[in-house]
Design a protein around this ligand. Structure first.
Ligand SMILES: Cc1cc2nc3c(=O)[nH]c(=O)nc-3n(C[C@H](O)[C@H](O)[C@H](O)COP(=O)(O)O)c2cc1C
Length: 259
């Protein structure tokens, strides 16, 4: 049997590795624009879902998602501290999570129960439009659960108090326990509840156990059974983003200016 020298074997292995790595990195570079496109599409689809414009799990193709999004949703960048719109930043390409971690465009967050580590100077909001009227405002939300950071959206009616929906597009909580944040039945429990009390303080919370219906128990949502830590995390993160370090200045400006 023909044997090869050690040098030949190492050389051959190195050549195989080189070819494979060129192939893998080439594929990564080539697929990057497609991945970015899919990421944008996924966000648009989540925003449309929480806005109630598509049903969860509805089979909607890319063209339809873009068409619905463009026809109904306006994305805006807002200054978190002042609540004012920032017109010179393109909302379509604005990456809030990246902005938060860049010292030029973000800052470390003050200590908070949602365990949000960095705050962007500017954040994105989505408005659902009916002609010139804003019918819903959709806010990005994020914070720690038990195992992971949950990322999602909270939709408010035009009174910026009544909750229209909540959704999470990324998390690593346990399926069947904390992962029940994705359960449509649980998400439906948020609809019609009130984010703030009469004095304007953030009041909505996820409790341990069962809440009443939105009319009789407007500020509480059922906890996820066996997942108290995730439930508490969701409570804290919603409260954080509705609060003074989150979107409170924007919501105050929205109330004052009517949009
Ligand atoms: C494998 C495993 C996965 C778990 N996943 C979660 C989870 O995703 N979210 C959560 O809050 N608790 C989870 N728990 C339970 C927590 O450890 C903790 O017991 C629970 O949050 C307490 O909730 P309870 O008071 O409703 O039982 C998990 C436990 C185990 C053993």
């Amino acid at each position: 049997m023909k044997t090869h020298s050690t040098g030949y074997i190492f050389g051959f292995a190195a050549a195989v590795c080189l070819v494979c790595s060129i192939f893998v990195s080439g594929a990564a570079v080539l697929l990057k624009p497609r991945q970015e496109e899919n990421r944008v599409l996924d966000r648009q689809s989540q925003v449309l879902t929480v806005a109630g414009l598509i049903r969860p799990g509805q089979d909607t193709d890319a063209a339809k998602i873009t068409e619905l999004f463009d026809a109904n949703i306006v994305a805006k960048v807002v200054d978190l501290k002042t609540g004012a719109y920032v017109d010179d930043i393109d909302a379509a390409s604005f990456d809030q999570q990246k902005a938060a971690k860049d010292p030029a465009t973000g800052r470390p967050a003050p200590e908070n129960d949602a365990k949000v580590a960095y705050l962007p100077n500017n954040a994105i909001v989505y408005q659902v439009k009916d002609g010139d009227n804003v019918t819903k405002v959709i806010l990005p939300i994020e914070g720690k659960g038990l195992w992971s950071t949950l990322y999602g959206y909270l939709a408010l009616a035009s009174d910026v108090n009544t909750i229209e929906g909540i959704t999470f597009y990324k998390h690593g909580e346990t399926p069947g326990l904390g992962g029940e944040v994705d359960n449509p039945n649980w998400k439906a429990l948020w609809r019609g509840r009130k984010a703030f009390d009469e004095a304007g303080a953030v009041k909505i919370s996820v409790i341990k156990g069962l809440a009443g219906d939105p009319a009789s128990d407007p500020h509480r949502v059922d906890g996820l059974s066996g997942a108290t830590i995730t439930s508490r995390g969701v409570s804290h993160l919603v409260q954080f983003w509705l609060g003074e370090h989150g979107f409170a200045p924007y919501l105050a400006a929205f109330r004052k200016n009517g949009g």
